[in-house]
Design a protein around this ligand. Structure first.
Ligand code: HPA
Length: 274
């Protein structure tokens, strides 16, 4: 059924999408993954995929979706970025893993580091743009959801254990992710301000999905790939650019894929254990 734009966020629209998917695959994923810039290669390592072109899925933002043990979504328009999260919820997904590319604010971070997100600072949220604004549907969650536990400690510990088992600790960090709207990169003064506020990395994605996921009770793990060090100094000749972000994503993509695959194995173990 065609929905007017304002109805696209109705419970019925989400349910129609979830029912459509459920009717077309036997997969019942427990974990969903959203891949950030240049990190879509995670989908390539899945076997046993069911692939749905996004234009076929009712109400779905235009992108590519693979459903296997888990669901992978690549490159969604900002406007519809949170739509799949509630569909995941209705499909019975329990864990959301979000990956993104981010600029390093923490001077100890190196290009190519992988940062597990401990917490976030949303410049959009603090400025009045929260994906949960508007009427609340209690079937998804409460009006005023808590965010002090947005990134689950148990998942973070499991992710750290995976990093250790794979010998990745030399380039794995933990830190606070700052969201700014983009698409322009930050000014030098903005980078200094975000660092002073407690940010370790800055990017243009992920936080809206995390808020919507926590609202409906999904457990969240966030992973940032540090693709560049932000410019903090007026004497610097460095300039942030998207090509560099994509280049570094390719360099570390394999490590990130190994990490996520290893972690999913551990999640399987921890959920299957008696
Ligand atoms: N700023 C914002 N978003 C980003 C950056 C950055 O420096 N690098 C990758 N995504």
């Amino acid at each position: 059924m065609a929905y007017a734009e304002e109805d696209r966020n109705s419970y019925e629209a989400y349910k129609e999408t979830a029912d459509w998917l459920r009717a077309r695959t036997f997969q019942r994923p427990k974990t969903a993954i959203i891949c950030g810039s240049g990190l879509g290669g995670l989908a390539d390592v899945l076997d046993n995929k069911t692939i749905f072109p996004c234009e076929d899925i009712p109400h779905f933002p235009q992108s590519t979706v693979n459903i296997q043990n888990y669901v992978n979504i690549q490159v969604l328009s900002n406007m519809h970025v949170t739509f799949p999260i509630r569909v995941f919820f209705l499909l019975g997904v329990e864990i959301l893993i979000v990956t993104n590319a981010a600029g390093g604010l923490n001077p100890h971070f190196q290009v190519g580091d992988i940062m597990f997100i401990r917490d976030h600072i949303s410049m959009l949220g603090l400025g009045g743009q929260n994906p949960l604004r508007g009427p609340n549907d209690e079937r998804f969650g409460v009006r005023f959801p808590c965010m002090s536990d947005a990134y689950e400690q148990d998942l973070l510990s499991l992710a750290m254990e995976s990093a250790q088992e794979l010998g990745f600790l030399s380039f794995v960090r933990e830190g606070v992710y700052c969201l700014q709207a983009g698409p322009s990169y930050e000014t030098i003064a903005e980078c200094r301000a975000l660092h002073a506020l407690g940010g370790d990395a800055v990017g243009m994605s992920t936080v809206p999905e995390v808020i919507v996921a926590r609202h409906c009770g999904l457990r969240v793990l966030g992973i940032s790939l540090i693709t560049n060090k932000v410019v903090m100094n007026y004497n610097s000749q460095e300039k942030a650019n998207h090509e560099e972000v994509l280049r570094i994503s390719v360099v570390r993509a394999e490590a990130l894929q190994k990490l996520v695959t290893h972690l999913i194995g551990k999640l399987g173990e921890s959920t299957n254990s008696p």
